[in-house]
Design a protein. Structure first.
Ligand SMILES: C[S@@+](CC[C@H](N)C(=O)[O-])C[C@H]1O[C@@H](n2cnc3c(N)ncnc32)[C@H](O)[C@@H]1O
Length: 286
C-alpha cells in the first residue's frame, strides 16, 4: 500500500532528524565527496553578486551556503523539512562567517514564498525524497523569476555507486529488505536518465540539460568508511535497524574487506556517479 503525502513528509522529517548528527560529525568528508557536484551545479547558474537564491532540501546547507558566500550582496534561503538539519546548516554558516542566509522549515511541495521571488534555485540530492515530485517542481517554477535557473542532482544506478552499494549488498546478505515502492522516497528513485528532465519540462522549464558527474568518498581507512556510511546514508541506517549486534558486526567486517580494493595513495577512495540537471524557467511569450 502506498503512503500518503503527509505520511511521507512525517517519515522523512523523522529520518533526517535522526541522521543530522551523523551528517554533522562527518561534515568534512561528506562535503569533500559532494564538492564536484556543487562545482558542476554552480557552473550552470551564472551567479550575480546580488543573487537571491533558494536552496530546496538544503539539509546541512549545501550548495546554498557556498552560493551565499559567493554572492555577498545577495541573499540565500535554505529550505528543508527537517529543522535538525537546518540547525547544522546554521552552525556551518556561523563557522564560515556567512551571514546573508536564512533558514526556513517547509516541504518542497508547499513553498512559503511569493511567486517570482528567486533568481535561482538548487536542489542537491533532494528530489528523490519528495512526496509529490510534479507538485514540488511546479512550486519551484512558481517561486522562480521568469528566466531563472534551476539546478539539481540525483544519484544514478546503485551499481555505479559502490560507496553506498557495497554496504547495502552486505546488509542484504544478512536481512531480507522489503522492496522499495517505485514511487516512494528512496535514494535511487530518480536514477533513470530523463526522469528529472521530464519533471522540469512538465513544470514549464526549457533549455534543459543533464549530465553525469563522478564523485569519490575518501576516508583514511576502510573502518572509517564503514563508520561514516552507517551514520549518514539513509538507506543503510534504516536497514541496520533491522539487524542484531552480531549481524551488524558481520556486515561491518564484509564492508571493510570489500572496500579494501579501493585503497590508493594512503586512503580509501570509493567512487560514485550522480546526474546533474539544469534548466531555465521559460519567460512568458518566449
Ligand atoms: C541527502 S539530504 C541533502 C542535503 C543537502 N542538499 C546536501 O546535498 O548535502 C536530503 C534532504 O532532503 C530533505 N527533505 C526530505 N523531504 C523533503 C521535503 N518534502 N521538502 C524539503 N526537504 C526535504 C531532508 O530533510 C534532507 O535534509
Amino acid at each position: 500500500m502506498s503512503s500518503s503525502a503527509g505520511e511521507i513528509r512525517q517519515a522523512q522529517r523523522r529520518t533526517w532528524a535522526g541522521l543530522s548528527s551523523g551528517w554533522e560529525t562527518w561534515d568534512a568528508v561528506i562535503m569533500d565527496q559532494m564538492r564536484p557536484i556543487t562545482d558542476a551545479l554552480l557552473a550552470h547558474l551564472d551567479l550575480a553578486a546580488d543573487q537571491v537564491h533558494l536552496d530546496v532540501a538544503a539539509g546541512t546547507g549545501e550548495p546554498g551556503l557556498t552560493i551565499a558566500a559567493r554572492t555577498p550582496q545577495g541573499r540565500g534561503v535554505l529550505a528543508d523539512l527537517a529543522p535538525e538539519m537546518l540547525r547544522v546548516a546554521e552552525r556551518r554558516a556561523a563557522a564560515r562567517s556567512v551571514s546573508n542566509i536564512e533558514t526556513v522549515v517547509c516541504s518542497a511541495d508547499g513553498l512559503p514564498f511569493e511567486d517570482a521571488t528567486f533568481d535561482t534555485v538548487s536542489v542537491r540530492f533532494g528530489f528523490m525524497f519528495f512526496p509529490d515530485l510534479p507538485a514540488a517542481t511546479a512550486e519551484i517554477a512558481r517561486v522562480l523569476k521568469p528566466g531563472g535557473r534551476l539546478v539539481s542532482s540525483v544519484w544514478v544506478r546503485p551499481q555505479d555507486n559502490p560507496w553506498t552499494e557495497i554496504a547495502m549488498a552486505a546488509i542484504r546478505a544478512e536481512v531480507a529488505l522489503p522492496p522499495t515502492p517505485p514511487d516512494g522516497p528512496s535514494m535511487f528513485r530518480c536514477a533513470r536518465p530523463g526522469y528529472v528532465s521530464a519533471l522540469y519540462g512538465a513544470a514549464g522549464f526549457g533549455d534543459i540539460t543533464e549530465w553525469e558527474v563522478g564523485v569519490e568518498l575518501v576516508t583514511a581507512t576502510a573502518a572509517e568508511h564503514w563508520e561514516l556510511i552507517s551514520a549518514h546514508v539513509s538507506l543503510a541506517v534504516a536497514a541496520l535497524r533491522q539487524v542484531d549486534e552480531q549481524a551488524r558486526e558481520r556486515i561491518a567486517a564484509a564492508v571493510v574487506a570489500a572496500v579494501g580494493r579501493f585503497e590508493r595513495d594512503g586512503a580509501v577512495r570509493v567512487p560514485g556517479v550522480a546526474l546533474c540537471i539544469a534548466g531555465s524557467k521559460t519567460a512568458p511569450g518566449a
